[in-house]
Design a protein around this ligand. Structure first.
Ligand code: TYD
Length: 221
């Protein structure tokens, strides 16, 4: 059973996965499922990179343009700078108010994309995160796992302009998938893997089964 780990009043749940894994659909579904169970709770939905005015400006730099336009070190620092802004202005205030925060990507994205796929040593990312995260750790991370070729096809079919990461090629996206599975195996209590090739309904049921015990334990306090 997943236990609440952060010391704040609220609950912090992050969603991770490669491109086209269906995170944003599942976040909306989870919100509705939670509200079906407890109606008087504040639910904050956010995303990274982004979630505040300045972090969204940083996002513009990160997600637009050629795949290799930024050095890997600059990309890492910008991702985590946007995260610090998001934590200070949105996530920590919300969980201190007692809200449930559902976030599309968080620190594991940097560990996998910049760390494992782009070879920034994990200890370097940990050092930057130690400064940027403060006490902000997810209670639960849902990893929606889909084969890289399916996810990237879904993402490119969306035909959006901001596809700098989608353009990085199949090998990169295979590294992302393997990287996520590796970090999930290192943190089995926090990171739960969901098979993203199932139907939308089946995925959302499985996610709610994981979240339910945390809701119940935080209500009984
Ligand atoms: P986005 O369009 O939000 O992708 P998705 O819908 O798949 O979440 O673009 C965000 C991109 O930024 C995504 O390809 C992953 C990448 N990213 C990192 O490389 N490191 C990070 O720390 C974060 C938060 C995102």
């Amino acid at each position: 059973m997943v236990k609440k780990t952060n010391k704040n009043e609220g609950i912090f749940i992050t969603f991770e996965g490669g491109e086209g894994s269906g995170k944003s659909t599942q976040i909306q579904k989870l919100k509705n499922n939670i509200l079906g169970f407890i109606s008087d709770v504040e639910i904050v939905i956010s995303r990274e990179p982004g979630g505040t005015e300045v972090a969204e400006q940083i996002r513009e730099i990160l997600v637009n343009g050629a795949a290799d336009k930024l050095s890997v070190r600059t990309e890492t620092l910008l991702m985590i700078a946007a995260r610090a802004e998001h934590i200070d202005r949105v996530i920590l205030p919300a969980i201190k108010r007692g809200a449930i925060v559902l976030c599309d990507r968080f620190k594991d994205s940097s560990i996998v994309y910049q760390g494992i796929a782009n070879k920034i040593p994990n200890r370097e990312i940990d050092k930057i995160h130690a400064f940027a995260l403060k006490t902000c750790e997810p209670d639960l991370t849902i990893l929606i796992d889909v084969p890289a070729e399916i996810g990237i096809k879904r993402a490119l079919d969306r035909n959006e302009n901001n596809q700098r990461f989608e353009r990085k090629g199949e090998l990169f996206h295979k590294k992302i998938r393997d990287g996520y599975l590796k970090i999930a195996s290192l943190h089995p209590d926090r990171i739960k893997i969901i098979d993203g090739s199932q139907t939308i309904e089946k995925i959302s049921d499985e996610i709610f089964q994981l979240v339910f015990p945390i809701l119940r334990s935080s209500l009984s306090k």
